[in-house]
Design a protein around this ligand. Structure first.
Ligand code: GUN
Length: 287
């Protein structure tokens, strides 16, 4: 049987470490690390994510402020809010929940965030730092994926990693992080031909396609490590909803280790957000 990578437990341990260090920060600077979370509109999934982020921040002693703006908010008003958060020295992290309503240009908004407060790691300066392997704020989900891989793989150097999905939020940054660790990285996407044969060569599979149960057991070679970033909400016949990942996990008994959905990558994303907020607070205050 493959190991189940206990993302929930590993995330809790990280949150607990951040809580200790956030208390030390508060002691030293007289104010806690602080995160501003901005939500425009009422996307139900975003509402849930934002609530979880705010709850975990508070548990860890990170001050969190929610800014909930109506869906019709003009882009200029959102940019004004970001400007005021950039100027506010008591705020160390700014997160604008995506997706944004169609009339708002997300890249304009992400570009407006002070790169030092960009706890999502989506600003071009942080994207550039990631691509050159220099210190910056790293996107939370890819960072969490790497932490989970590190719990089960001793040496990444020389391993073949296959990333399924080329999004700016997960696929591209996780590919860069794997490359930095000297994996041989293949990035696949919606137009990739012969995906099962490519996956069959992988020592590490990171799937972030948003396609429930895309990766089947017979695609995965024995001993591989599978990181499942997918979270699709499915209505069941009994009227209840369940969350399903991008892997047919029950077919992965021959893998070395797999992440569960839920309880794998999801909690790590939030834990890494807390860690990034603490890191931003320290860098802004201590250099
Ligand atoms: N929407 C889906 N994932 C993310 C994320 O990691 N950060 C933000 N800001 N929005 C998201």
């Amino acid at each position: 049987m493959s190991k189940i990578i206990q993302g929930k437990r590993i995330a809790r341990e990280l949150c607990d470490r951040v809580a200790i260090e956030a208390a030390e920060f508060r002691q030293k600077h007289g104010l806690p690390p602080a995160l501003a979370v901005v939500l425009v509109g009422a996307n139900p999934a975003s509402e849930i994510y934002v609530r979880q982020k705010v709850v975990e921040c508070r548990r860890a002693g990170i001050r969190s402020m929610e800014y909930r703006l109506p869906a019709v908010t003009p882009e200029a008003a959102l940019l004004d809010l970001i400007d005021s958060l950039n100027q506010d020295a008591t705020i160390h992290g700014i997160l604008v929940q995506l997706p944004l309503p169609d009339h708002i240009d997300a890249s304009e908004v992400l570009d407006a965030i002070d790169p030092g407060k960009d706890v999502d790691g989506f600003h071009p300066v942080n994207v550039g730092r990631l691509s050159t392997g220099t210190a910056g704020l790293i996107p939370c989900t890819p960072l969490g994926c790497m932490m989970l891989v590190d719990t089960v793989v001793d040496e990444l150097r020389g391993k073949h990693a296959v990333v399924i999905g080329k999004s700016n939020i997960v696929g591209k940054p996780v590919a860069l992080l794997l490359l930095e660790r000297e994996c041989t990285v293949t990035v696949t996407h919606i137009a990739t031909q012969g995906l099962p044969d490519i996956v069959r060569n992988a020592d590490i599979v990171v799937v972030a396609a948003g396609v429930p149960h895309l990766v089947r057991g017979h695609w995965v070679k024995p001993g591989a490590v599978v990181i499942d970033v997918g979270i699709t909400r499915r209505e069941r016949s009994d009227g209840k909803a369940s969350i399903v990942g991008d892997c047919a996990t029950e077919e992965m008994a021959h893998a070395d280790a797999v992440t569960p959905v839920p309880g794998g990558v999801g909690p790590m994303t939030i834990a890494c957000l807390l860690a990034n907020t603490l890191k931003a607070a320290r860098t802004l205050n201590d250099g």
